[in-house]
Design a binder for this molecule. Structure first.
Ligand SMILES: Cc1ncc(COP(=O)(O)O)c(C=O)c1O
Length: 399
């Protein structure tokens, strides 16, 4: 079999299950899971109704390119959201539906990496969403990690990357708002990256699946397409973004998102996807149209997360070294003891599950930037998040 499969790391949740299996939590306490980034708010009813109403359309094969209505809805959404110049981000050439960004991020690397070049690199933030690493390893590239630490406000220091690394780079993954840190890249930082991509001839894959979970209605996170538009780079050359309904609309099970950007890249990616066989079912596409055309439910969603952040941070204030992220639904506190030991003891004594930060990062230059962190996903209902925060407080005070 493909020997590269042996290079894949166990998924963070496999490691977490082993960590938890070694201890026994108090039987009387209710289990609270803050470990998995799976939205738990109600999905919009009208989206589910649209899905059900269109189930008869399962009798046709869908096309990989997707129905025009969906591509139009996405092009309109992205043009408004990211202030793109009129008619530059088109339904026909700049958008492809994908079955969640996970599959698209993975497949994209296969389509981009040129194995005839010597020693290709895929550069990724660290900590990171583990699919970037798997995508690199199975595309025949080597992953190269850039630490995200408090010193750089959890945004990699791209200016410090040596030229000889950029010369080998074929693809750069960025994640803004970041998982797990919630850090948002500025328009200036995105523009500097675009200049680097031009200079060294690589593609930027911008994972923006948390872009709609922010706190200030007047100040949404910028995206890579927006940085292109501000530069007048209306062909979005070398730039591709990944967006999802999973977090925005609480529809992780719908498996619906899109890739958008550079038309030349998307044309080839469409060819790849045609063989890959990952067309989105038509009822899913029609449900997605309804979701992308509505913002009311997204505003409600943001409000629900903001309420949880406020309540939890009030309890953890002075208890843990933690701050409100720029965006996303994660907290990334620094732990008073090693993050893995913290997660295990917290589960053993309080039955609250959090994810050790080291499971989301790799050691590079002798250092794992997730080592003394844990990730808390504020996905549980408000009362449960409050209960979990109280239990974390008791636990930290007992250390
Ligand atoms: C950073 C990041 N990217 C992509 C995904 C994949 O999301 P989906 O495949 O549901 O669109 C996730 C899911 O947790 C994520 O955290």
């Amino acid at each position: 079999m493909n020997p590269d499969l042996n290079l894949l790391h166990p998924y963070p949740f496999e490691k977490l299950a082993a960590l938890k299996a070694a201890v026994t939590p108090p039987a009387e306490l209710k289990d609270i899971m803050l470990s998995i980034g799976e939205p738990k708010h109600e999905p919009p009813r009208f989206v589910l109704d649209t899905l059900v109403k269109n189930l008869s359309k399962l009798s046709n094969y869908p096309t990989t390119k997707g129905i025009p209505e969906l591509r139009e809805a996405i092009a309109t959404w992205a043009t408004n959201r990211f202030k793109l110049a009129a008619n530059t981000f088109t339904a026909d050439k700049h958008v492809l539906p994908v079955n969640g960004t996970r599959e698209a991020l993975f497949a994209f690397a296969q389509a981009i990496v040129d194995r005839t070049e010597p020693n290709p690199l895929i550069v990724s933030p660290n900590p990171f969403y583990q699919i970037y690493e798997g995508a690199a390893l199975l595309s025949g590239a080597e992953p190269y990690f850039l630490h995200c630490t408090p010193q750089n406000n959890f945004i990699p220091d791209f200016a410090a990357v040596p030229a000889k690394i950029w010369e080998r780079t074929q693809l750069l993954f960025i994640c803004s708002p970041g998982n797990p840190t919630g850090a948002v890249m500025s328009s200036g930082q995105l523009k500097e990256l675009i200049a680097l991509a031009d200079k060294y001839d690589f593609v930027i894959a911008s994972d923006e699946c948390y872009s709609e979970l922010y706190f200030d209605e007047q100040n949404p996170p910028v995206g890579l397409l927006q940085a292109c538009a501000e530069l007048g780079r209306n062909d979005f050359a070398r730039c591709v973004v990944f967006h999802s309904l999973s977090k925005r609309s609480n529809l992780p099970g719908l498996r619906s998102g899109f890739v958008g950007g550079d038309a030349k890249i998307l044309e080839k990616f469409l060819l790849y996807r045609t063989y890959h066989g990952c067309a989105m079912p038509v009822p899913t596409q029609l449900a997605s149209v309804a979701a992308w055309q509505d913002e009311t439910h997204v505003i409600e969603n943001r409000k629900a997360y903001a309420e949880k952040f406020d309540a939890v941070l009030k309890i953890l204030d002075g208890v843990l070294d933690v701050t409100k992220p720029d965006a996303s639904f994660y907290l990334w506190p620094k732990t008073p003891i090693n993050g893995e030991a913290f997660a295990q003891k917290l589960f053993e004594t309080q039955k609250v599950t959090v994810l050790p930060g080291s499971y989301l990062a790799r050691e590079a230059n002798g250092f794992n930037p997730g080592e003394n962190y844990v990730r808390l996903a504020l996905v549980a209902p408000l009362e449960e998040c409050i209960d979990a925060a109280e239990r974390i407080k008791n636990f930290v005070q007992s250390l």
